[in-house]
Design a binder for this molecule. Structure first.
Ligand SMILES: [Fe+2]
Length: 247
């Protein structure tokens, strides 16, 4: 029996409205087309946190994934990846306080639903996440650390080349869910304060990112294909890691 989806109260829906009001104009300017198309595909709306009963059906139809409500505020890597392997995307039951619109150290429903879900509605993206998780569960926690940095600097905070290189954004767009869901981080990311350099695993894999400070250096994926191959690239670079036996 599936755990029923959490029913958010009116204050939580109001927080969603406030976040949407601030972030959507910014997102429309800076976001990748993959994210923008996803917003339409899954029917996210400004007025309330999505109805996850409906959203779950939408995802099952679109990409064959399930949404699963979890009371755990921050799932550890193993649990997170084991769910992804089963094509289950965990949805938190927590939303930031209205006095902390700019910042939450723990991913909340705004981050999950506004940041991640639009991209997860793309079959190729969902397949990539699935593939990533299938690899991730084969490594120990220690070995997985640098794989976690790959996730962080692409899925959460990556840019992607898109559009005309001579356009006002220099042909790059926000791709990561963490950028999409954070107003301050998004604005900073497109300012001169953040160094934006081409994606290269060696550049970030041993950086231990902190969820408590904004980034000063971020990475640009050349294409969606580059993302799709990134996890195999990581595997090839780490032949010394012993793959755990399947169980
Ligand atoms: Fe995230």
């Amino acid at each position: 029996m599936k755990r029923p989806f959490f029913q958010f109260d009116e204050t939580a829906h109001e927080t969603w409205r406030l976040l949407w009001e601030r972030q959507m104009p910014v997102a429309q300017k800076y976001a990748s087309k993959y994210w923008l198309q996803g917003v339409d595909k899954i029917g996210l709306t400004p007025d309330r946190i999505p109805d996850f009963e409906k959203m779950d059906k939408i995802f099952q139809d679109l990409v064959g994934w399930e949404l699963v409500s979890t009371p755990v505020q921050y799932s550890d890597g193993q649990e997170w990846f084991e769910n992804l392997v089963q094509k289950k995307f965990l949805i938190t039951e927590y939303i930031r306080d209205q006095k902390d619109l700019d910042y939450t150290p723990l991913p909340d429903i705004w981050h999950d639903a506004f940041g991640h879900l639009p991209l997860m509605a793309d079959q190729r993206y969902a397949d990539y996440i699935h593939k990533f998780a299938q690899y991730a569960v084969k490594f120990t926690k220690e070995q997985r650390k640098s794989l976690g940095s790959l996730w962080w600097y692409t899925i959460e905070f990556g840019f992607i080349r898109e559009g005309d290189p001579d356009d006002e954004l220099g042909g790059i767009r926000a791709f990561g869910a963490g950028l999409m869901s954070s107003h301050g981080e998004m604005l900073k990311a497109f300012s001169d304060q953040v160094q934006k350099i081409p994606y290269a695993i060696e550049e970030f894999e041993y950086v231990d990112p902190s969820p408590h400070v904004m980034h000063n250096k971020l990475f640009i994926l050349d294409s969606f294909e580059q993302l799709e191959h990134s996890v195999e690239e990581w595997i090839e670079k780490h032949p010394q890691f012993i793959v755990k036996s399947e169980h």
